[in-house]
Design a protein. Sequence first.
Length: 211
Amino acid sequence: MRLVRVTDRNSRAYADAIAILHEAIASEAQLPEPRFHDLLARWNYQLFAYVLEEDVQGVALVYFSDALRFVWLDYFAIRSDLRSHGLGSKLFREIVRFAEKQNAEPEWLLFEVDDDYAGDAEREADGKRRIAFYRRLGARVLENVSYKFPSAFTSPIRMRLMTCQIHPNAKLTPDDLKGAVREVFLNIHGRGSDDELLRFEESLPDRLQME
């Protein structure tokens, strides 16, 4: 298996990767297509395919911060017919290893996960399963942080933030998290610094609780 950056929008790898994303990610949690294309034209928002020979089996979208020492795993999915065979664990580890090699030496991998305490029973169960999956890979939930995903299609979606330590001596502070989320809102979602959802900063604790 190889982790390959996909840049050619006319390639089969691109079409297969986008198909996996559209199948795996709820429509309200996806980016508008024009915004998505604009992001892929930048160096720091990258589409990766996890391939066996020419067969795309998984996909990840990763944002690399220009100024802060974090990487944002924006989307992550395995093809539906290949799930529950360990490919997700392998792909996640590949992303972490790739992030470790960046010149900026990021300290943290941050990402969103469906909330395991909101919505119907099926969504809660799915959220718990996803969180347990990432915990097995060394990631932790920011338990005392309230967060909402800035959907372009519907009302803000309550989610959980998780983090995976990349640098062994890294310390994630509330100010670090505030800066990372602000950058993601601005550079990925195109939101302004006065966005109402950034009021989550007002409720940030003095110390982040990671479990």
